[in-house]
Design a protein around this ligand. Sequence first.
Ligand code: TXA
Ligand code: MG
Length: 326
Amino acid sequence: MPSSLPPHPHAMHLSLSQAAAQILAGHIVAFPTETVYGIGANAFDAEAVRKIYTLKGRPSSNPLIIHIRNKNDLGKVVSTVDPISQKLIDAFWPGPLTLILPKHPNVPEITTAGLSTVAVRMPAHPLAQALLNETDVPIAAPSANPSGKPSATHHKHVEAYFGNELPVIAGGETNVGIESTVVMVRDNVPHVLRLGSISEQNIKNATGITPVLETSSKHSPGTTLRHYAPHTPLILVAPEKLTDALAEHTGKRIGFLALDAHTPPSTPNTYIFSLGPSETTAAQRLYAGLFALDHQNLDLIIGVTFPHDGLGKALNDRLTRAATQH
Ligand code: TXA
Ligand code: MG
């Protein structure tokens, strides 16, 4: 099945300088990061940030991540940095790691949903860095999807979701494919609020401390919400249970989202979206797969689960949230 989508009739593509001008004029634009596309606004402009919440239909209780151009700009958005967070910054920035730190008083309340902390990261994608350099303001940006839907890993996903309501810097496919790892250090211990491509082991290696996994708690407002969910029912099946699951659902039109090694034999009723040979390719293609299968009028999507370790654990987390019916 092709993963590409047709061009959207109302898409609005912006050059870098046009996008920077839009941000400085108080508007919102979508742009690629190495993880997923974001919807960006000047983080210090409360009215601009409000437009993000409105467009996404995002609850005002769910704070945004501020993206900064370099480590020197951290002092514009946070009031202090503890030594363990500093180690994580030194190890992983620029890159897919978000840190929760005490907020600088200049950051408007709407950006942090009224919390005294702020989420910050320095993205590694060249277009994200260029946009931050050209605007010279920190950019608040959540993932570029309507609240609850799979994140966008290609500008065509952004266009399909928002059409001419959201201009986009067209940067093609993103590299990592799942959202950044979110870490909050409390009492000198790193707490992982969201798993991403930077693993618990990576964090332990950088700090010498085993992190606490805390992906559903009062400290991580976004994780209690329904997420990444396609319209089509999605169930998760371990590779060794695939034959049983197929028998149970005979006669249905089923889409499979699986690593090549775990792909069932194809039949006229099956639609296979290959996640490729490894967890790395699976992360890159996961949302494109959910997106593509959701547009095939299927009865069911089966996500085949991953070995529960490293990136596989982050992928299982996304699949589980996408499959949860609230
Ligand atoms: O990779 C990413 O992080 C992407 C790209 C665009 O940078 N952004 C992203 O943003 O995934 P979003 O808004 O979809 O997810 C941000 C997560 C949410 O779970 C939110 O609750 C959490 O970060 N968050 C933000 N501020 C927080 C804070 N002060 N304390 C705890 N969690 C926070
Ligand atoms: Mg999101």
